[in-house]
Write a protein that binds this ligand. Structure first.
Ligand code: ZN
Length: 86
């Protein structure tokens, strides 16, 4: 839970919002791109946490899958992904 200092791609990530990617495990997921290097990122924000959340780099294949899902399927997909990286 104290892994909030981890960086994604650039030391100072500037990102642009693309779309909401549901929420699971008390965590809000948002899909966006780094404006420095153009990588796909998921921003994770714990609603109970006192910080701005953190980023995780994702592959284009991940984004393609994610965007094909909605509702509960998207939620399950994000939950599985979240559990794998934590
Ligand atoms: Zn970057």
């Amino acid at each position: 839970m104290n892994d909030n200092t981890k960086k994604s791609c650039c030391s100072e990530t500037k990102w642009v919002f693309i779309q909401d990617a549901c929420h699971a495990r008390g965590c809000e997921f948002t899909y966006g791109k780094c404006t420095n290097c153009n990588r796909d990122l998921i921003h994770m924000f714990h609603t109970m946490a006192n910080n701005d959340g953190y980023y995780e780099i994702v592959k284009p294949e991940f984004v393609t899958k994610m965007q094909a899902l909605e509702g509960n399927e998207l939620k399950q997909f994000m939950k599985k992904w979240y559990d794998e990286i934590n």
